[in-house]
Design a protein around this ligand. Sequence first.
Ligand code: ADP
Ligand code: MG
Length: 694
Amino acid sequence: MPDATQALPPLRQPVTRLWGVGAERAKQLARLGICSVEDLLLHRPRRYEDRRNFRSIAELELGAPALTRGTVVASGTKTYRKGAKSVFELILEDGTARLHCRWWNLPFMEKYFEVGNEVVVFGKPLLLKPRTMDHPETEVIEGGEERFIHFNRIVPIYPLTEGLPQRWLRGLIWRTLERFGKQIAEPWEGLLLKLNVGQASRLSPPSESAAPIEKQARRLPCAIPRAEAVHWLHFPETLDAASLARKRLALDEFLELQIQIQRRRRNFESKSSSMPCGGDNRLIKPFLAALGFKLTAAQTRVLREIRSDLRGAHPMRRLLQGDVGSGKTVVAACAALMALESGFDVALMAPTEILASQHFRNFTKWFEPLGIKVHLQSGSRKTSNIESPGVTQHVSRLTPHASLTIGTHALVESGFAPEKLGLVIIDEQHKFGVSQREELVRKGRYPHLLVMTATPIPRTLGLTIYGDLDVSVIDELPAGRGSIRTFVRTAEKLPQVWDFIRQRLAEGRQAFVVYPRVEDGGPTGLKAVTREFESLREKLSPHQVGLLHGRLNGKEADAVMSAFRANTVNVLLATSLIEVGLDVPNATVMVVENAEAFGLAQLHQLRGRIGRGAHESYCILISDAKNPESRERLKVLEQSNDGFRIAEEDLRLRGPGELLGQQQSGMPRFRFGDLAGDLDLIRTARELATQWVK
Ligand code: ADP
Ligand code: MG
């Protein structure tokens, strides 16, 4: 029977086309994300093993990971205490000594070995008398041609899944490379090779001497043909060649992304802006005069950048970065006024209802005296004059003045569609996906876009996910802020911490207590935080404690927040919901329980809720985490208030997904690229993409 997949190019064909891959194997491969022949060829080894140099068993050293080999002379399973615990033991011998390999509670290991098998072992000796390794990695070596693939070379060790043997997968990749390797094409019409024609001809094949290759790798990973790189990825002749191959493949990934980004960007630039939103200062002047403080130099500089964009020939696409508390809201207000002065409507989107209603209150206070209408539209409520899309349009046609609408993601989902949407502002952009941002923009006819974030973005990420935006940075905090001191403590110290809070409360200050249970903790999470609430109330009485979590409706949350703002509630027990945007300058103490459950950047954001007034502030991170890494991680916050440094550290330790939040749906996945370390490659890709797109 004819099969549609037959018509696909060879690399796109499903793995079941390959000899030896049946339904069962295909299922296992799919668990590793391998569906097509190409996926298989790009399956990245976890590490490499140099099987040209083995240690003899007698040479093994205590605690030092090493590669050795031997012949199975005996094996058996022992069971302790009525089958409660078992150990399978394999004894190898290589002519110099014997090695005991043990696997606890994995009785099925027995069936993988027979006496007389030759076995390669990689592991760490934990005893020398007798020489013993627990749970080493092993592979039985067979003779014949296969030996050439798995032995006497640098061998790739792949990530596996249950039931899939290392040797089988390596053999499959070897055969597939032989058959299809030549068909791996140069993407982008050989852009990389063409750009390096001169150098490429000088590139010698990998040799035993590492130095020249390393030099070349540093200079031009793009000089290797892609097909060659895929070959080196699996069966490199030197470890340097493997790293060179990784770089070339990573460069391809970054380049693909950069080409997309630059195309998107050119697409915007081809749209000329029909919305001159630079304004005439008629509203900004009285606004700044009534504000009660002077803008910082950084705020003023950023506003100049924004104004020139709003007047420009193309719609603005700008990312405003500024650490927590640097005063982004006022900048957003000024940008909004520029558009309003020019007669255009403005939309402001915030990630939570609490933050949207805080903005609503501030902007109403600022804008009503100027005669500007401010509307609120969030999931749970709307202000009266935008009941329905029909009415919205009606209202904006009747009222001569442009207005500001503030909302949550409800703005995207609702029928909100103002006639003259000139500017879209997105606060705490990292809490939204790229798609939500684009949907809101699509509501107008290419309005200007300003996105704001307090998560400092390491350069690599800035160039990848935000690569299509221009960047402004507020790198200065308003003067007169008290400092924030941070301490990491164990739960044992909590009684002293409560004492300390009582003293601050007695002085008239306020406090946040952040409970780790996240919003999606389900009913049990809610119960736990309610129990915590009762006990905190008792501990801090007669001071008033309020409770804030994601399950409250808009009215309830507003009531708690107003009371906290008015200081009739003195302590707010909250989930990480308060992470973004809240501004209550009288709150000077924050306790975060189970701090190790949060990312560093997230803790830095949380900590940004305090230190907003003139008083000294204190952030106490409670953690009983036993492992030293967790504690080291938290120490970074004790030592630094620099959001940038903290974000870089977080990226290194937890990866981009954690740093940016799950919402970042625009986040590409890289097989080879490393966002924490490949800044140079990303830069190169960006330059190349510019040439290519032109
Ligand atoms: P973020 O950048 O974290 O969004 P906000 O915009 O909430 O910060 O500002 C934090 C606080 O600083 C607010 O109370 C705001 O009114 C105040 N603020 C902003 N700019 C200045 C300034 N130039 N001088 C003094 N206070 C300012
Ligand atoms: Mg803010």
